[in-house]
Design a protein around this ligand. Sequence first.
Ligand code: MSP
Length: 534
Amino acid sequence: MSYTLTTPLYYVNDRAHLGSTYTTLACDAIARYQRLCGERVTFITGCDEHGQKIQRTAEAAGLTPQDHCDRVSEGYRELWRRWQISNNRFIRTTAPRHRELVEQFFARVEASGDVLEGRQQGWYCVACEEFKDDPHEAQDPECPIHRKPLEWRDEVNLFFRLSRFQSQIEKLIRRPGFIAPASRQKEVENFVAQGLRDFSISRVDLPWGIPVPGHPGHTFYVWFDALLGYLSALLQSDPTAAAGSVDGEEGPVDLDQVLQRGWPAQLHVIGKDILRFHAVYWPAMLLSAGLPLPERVFGHGFLTREGQKMGKSLGNVLDPELLLERCGSDAVRWYLLRDIPFGEDGDFQQQRFSDLVNNDLANTIGNLLNRTSTMARKWFAEAVPPAGDAATSSHALAQAGSQAVEQFRQSMNRLEFRPAAEAILQLAIAANGYLNERAPWSAMKQPGQEEQVGQDLYAVLEASRLAAVLLAPLLPDLSGRMLEQLGLQPFDSSKPSPQTGGWLDALSWGGLEAGQTLPQPQPVMQRLELNGPL
Ligand code: MSP
């Protein structure tokens, strides 16, 4: 049972921003969830380092392209480490082993008769590294995404015979679930229906790229090279793998080996901007090389900030470094996953961000645990009170718990983070309601009520435990702090599955043991007090 998923391999023209952080955090939640469910997960991320855009950026910074790439990709690696991203691979497309793999792949595609020479004329966006469909006679066309002038290109290139795959690709993109969310399928269908045209896979006079074997003067088109990064990543070693396991070793650079190391991928998560590359070009390349196709391509939406596109010129870029430092990983993860339906566009609004974090995490979830544990410690010898009937599945909160578990799992299996997060929140709301209704603080003042109060507190503590368990893949830190507050071990969802710690079992009601010592309560979630814009 293996589960391979990827983020896009990010361009190193600039540092990471909120957009790439969003995609990576979402993938991290999926990877953690799959590990907790017992899958052997290979979570790939990395950097896309060739092409004209990178070459120009390096020149402008007065650096060699390699020096520039070394710096920026190290920045990505370090940033993901600080956000505790649980990737098992980090691929750089300038790695010598990647070049070997690209050469092998190209040899296969060439042997299939899918490489032709041709003349490429058209309007090119360097920021997208993509030819646009603007007519040749267009006057000063602009890229609709980057709002930058397109550049006219006219050169003899090598082409990939995409046209040969028309019917296979048509069939593939209609397969339910291949393109997700389903709302994005139509757009790709329209593109394919126009008839697939061969696309150029090499550039001349562009030194910053991998040379095409047997075709002097040509380097590979950056997208051809970048997509193959998903395969070379699999041939790297996994630093988290158990000693002696296949994944722990750096395999030989042999294209066939990818099949033993997690290919085909279950999921490519990308932004909607690069769906065509993943749902059309990439599968055709794989078909040509005789390799199996990924199961699913998920195109998520774009983030804006306070209603505006984020960009340097607007001066409104949200720096993920600063965000992490000032707000912490739990707060940002919660806001992005809980508030933006995955797949749709979203808007980062600071007021809403702090409101949700404070209401949901600090009050509804955090405070509940804190005050219940304080009462239990005070009246029941600093320990979990005897459960009585509260540990049985017919208890009102046990039912709320099993509903939450079911909604959470169904939603996570569909990559719907918002209803998954809401399931946790609903459970905490139900537990708060129960606590207020039972009012143990007044019941405790009446004689003979101690047993009932104990059971009520047990039920609320157990609901909090369940909320903490469910939070593990989404907010691993908060989950860990809550479990520690209950005297329990956190789950390590960054580790390969046998070491993650029985997460599925922990989803059953009644797991909390009466008599378990409760440590001195600490607030598990700080409130966000943001003075001024981030
Ligand atoms: N290098 C290519 C991908 C090659 S994959 C083999 C590339 N890189 S990129 O650095 O431009 O990253 C694009 C991805 O970053 C998007 O697909 C999306 O996942 C993420 N985002 C960039 N800006 C974004 C927003 N404003 N909002 C949400 N995500 C966005 O394309």
